[in-house]
Design a protein around this ligand. Structure first.
Ligand SMILES: C[S@@+](CC[C@H](N)C(=O)[O-])C[C@H]1O[C@@H](n2cnc3c(N)ncnc32)[C@H](O)[C@@H]1O
Length: 301
């Protein structure tokens, strides 16, 4: 198992996602001889997990069952231990697309936080790209490195425990893209520029407040970035419903030159048909933050 490569069967040392039901999942470190308690009873790793196929239905000791899923960055985002605020898949999908990330991309990121975005970046840039991630909180940087090792993606990432605003990203002229999720991103913009390739690239900053966005846009402009754009991504999940619509009664068909026939049954007054449709949500999910994108143009030679 690795977060960037799929394996068929569960092995000793894997991290598996135990799916207990809607909205109820938990990550489990698979270890020979270990047990995991669930509300459906005990899962014995040696017999119930190791050697089973990912996606299998596993029966617990009380007779209830769970599914054991292969980990993905999306599942990790909804199951990871929170050490900070994190980015969720709606923003992550937009960031990945707008930063034009692909296999082989070199990316700089700060702060690493709980590693939610980092895992998604790693899956996209594997197998030949690299992520340079900077986190100034020592325990957070140590913990996330431990997780990268457990998830077998540590060969794709360098974690630096330093201040991105003071000391930058630890690399110069190598990055295709830079991502900032720190309280004062405008202080890191010049370091972002220095970390990026001479051929240019894309940068993104995530900030919850519009005052932060204004300062960051000014810094991007001062540093010569172009195409500065701020967006907010709001997800609207529609509910699928069956609704009953009345059949319209258009009266007799004037083009049909048929004499009234008493054997034809007239349409019923309140006839209706069942149709599937979607209902938009009444409330739109809350604000997470603004995403500001900009382009570093190719340096003139
Ligand atoms: C909101 S969290 C990032 C969450 C991350 N994007 C995720 O999806 O899990 C912000 C992190 O930035 C770190 N941080 C704040 N300012 C920093 C700086 N100047 N240099 C490095 N890290 C910084 C904080 O310690 C915190 O862990």
């Amino acid at each position: 198992m690795s977060f960037v490569e799929y394996s068929d069967c569960i092995q000793d040392g894997d991290v598996a996602i135990v799916y207990l039901g809607h909205e109820s999942m938990t990550p489990v470190k698979v270890k020979r001889g270990a047990q995991t308690q669930t509300r459906y009873g005990v899962i014995r790793h040696s017999t119930d997990l190791i050697g089973q196929r990912y996606g299998s239905k596993v029966t617990c000791s009380k007779g209830g069952w769970v599914y054991v899923l292969h980990p993905t960055p999306e599942l990790w985002t909804v199951n990871l231990p929170h050490r900070t605020q994190i980015l969720y898949t709606t923003d992550i999908a937009t960031i990945t697309m707008m930063l034009e990330l692909k296999p082989g991309s070199v990316v700089c990121e700060s702060g690493t936080g709980s590693g939610s975005l980092s895992h998604a970046i790693l899956r996209t840039i594997a197998p030949t790209g690299h992520l340079h991630t900077v986190e100034f909180h020592q325990q957070r940087s140590e913990k996330v490195l431990e997780e990268f090792k457990e998830h077998r993606v540590d060969h794709l990432v360098t974690v630096r425990n330093q201040d991105a605003c003071k000391d930058g990203f630890g690399v110069t002229g190598v990055a295709d893209a830079v991502f900032l999720d720190i309280p004062s991103p405008w202080e890191a913009v010049r370091h972002a520029k220095a970390a990026m390739k001479k051929s240019g690239g894309r940068v993104c900053s995530f900030s919850p407040c519009i005052e932060q966005v204004q300062k960051t846009c000014e810094a991007f402009s001062d540093q010569g970035f172009e195409d500065i754009t701020s967006i907010e991504v709001l997800l609207r999940v529609h509910d699928v419903r069956t609704v009953y619509l009345p059949l319209p009664d258009f009266g007799p068909d004037p083009s049909a030159q048929i004499q009234p026939d008493s054997t034809i049954t007239p349409p019923q007054n309140h006839a209706s048909i069942a149709v599937k449709t979607t209902i938009p949500p009444r409330d739109v999910q809350g604000h997470t933050g603004y995403l500001t994108f900009a382009t570093k143009p190719r340096t003139q030679l």
